[in-house]
Design a protein around this ligand. Structure first.
Ligand code: MLT
Length: 263
């Protein structure tokens, strides 16, 4: 079912009485990146996903976003849908939102799945790279940015073997607005670090990292995972940064095991 909450387009599966899982997508994508997870989990779980403000079908507004606003949005959805102890699952930028949400109030979550993400803030070098991406969108347009950015998110193998899927994701990214995409870049540039909080996380976590993820490499994810008292770390074989799309069977099976073992 599709609904609007606070300007955000929210998608829910059928049975509200099941354990909720809320999926938060990466940048510059939308909720459809979780299609294979929702298909797998929807009969036994209440699956919730949404388009982050400024992306997909959600409100764009003035593009003045912060990570705090993105977390406010997530909390608003949880409150409006009256989700009891949801499991949170975020990829990359969705993971930054998840880390900060846990830092603000971990007690409301049953557990968290971090996919291809990291707890630290942007280094000065990365801030400059992002500033150049904003410049590129202003000077060359959003399509040029997407053409340059999206290939680095997928493994070479996926781009060739699953060219149709890959091209569909890339085309969909181009339907975002420049204002929304630049707003998300600004929110990422200006976010703080959640690394000092890792040792205070008490709820169980699962960290999934694509074998060939160059944006958030497995070593970096493992380092974050080790700082959390109750965490599991798994490398997703044959996958780049977009592991839920690139190797859904492994990702779904590992999430299933995590939930059954730890939650
Ligand atoms: C994402 O997948 O959400 C982005 O790669 C995050 C980022 O650029 O840091």
């Amino acid at each position: 079912m599709e609904s609007k909450i606070n300007g955000l387009t929210v998608y829910t599966s059928e049975n509200k009485n099941n354990q909720p899982i809320i999926f938060v997508h990466g940048f510059p994508y939308d909720h459809t990146m979780w299609t294979k997870q929702i298909e797998y989990f929807k009969s036994d779980y209440f699956c919730v996903t949404y388009d982050i403000r400024g992306l997909g079908a959600s409100e764009v507004g003035d593009g003045q976003y912060t990570m705090e606003k993105f977390v406010d949005d997530l909390f608003k959805i949880i409150a409006e849908l009256k989700l009891q102890k949801p499991i949170l699952c975020g990829l990359s930028m969705g993971g930054y939102i998840s880390y900060r949400a846990v830092e603000r109030n971990q007690d409301i979550f049953k557990g968290v799945i971090f996919c291809d993400t990291k707890s630290n803030a942007d280094s000065d070098e990365i801030k400059l790279i992002r500033a150049n991406k904003i410049k590129q969108i202003n000077e060359e347009g959003l399509d040029a940015f997407v053409e340059a950015f999206v290939p680095g998110c997928f493994s070479q193998n996926y781009r060739y073997e699953f060219a149709n899927n890959y091209n569909a994701v890339k085309s969909l990214s181009k339907t975002n607005t420049p204002t929304g995409v630049k707003g998300a870049l600004l929110a990422m540039i200006s976010r703080g670090s959640s690394t000092p909080f890792l040792s205070k996380i008490k709820i169980p976590t699962l960290h999934l990292s694509g074998e060939f993820d160059e944006m958030t490499p497995p070593d970096k994810m493992k380092e974050d995972s080790k700082k959390i008292s109750d965490s599991m770390f798994e490398i997703v074989p044959n996958s780049g940064h977009m592991s839920p799309i690139e190797n859904p069977d492994f990702v779904n099976g590992t999430i299933y095991k995590f939930i059954n073992k730890k939650l």
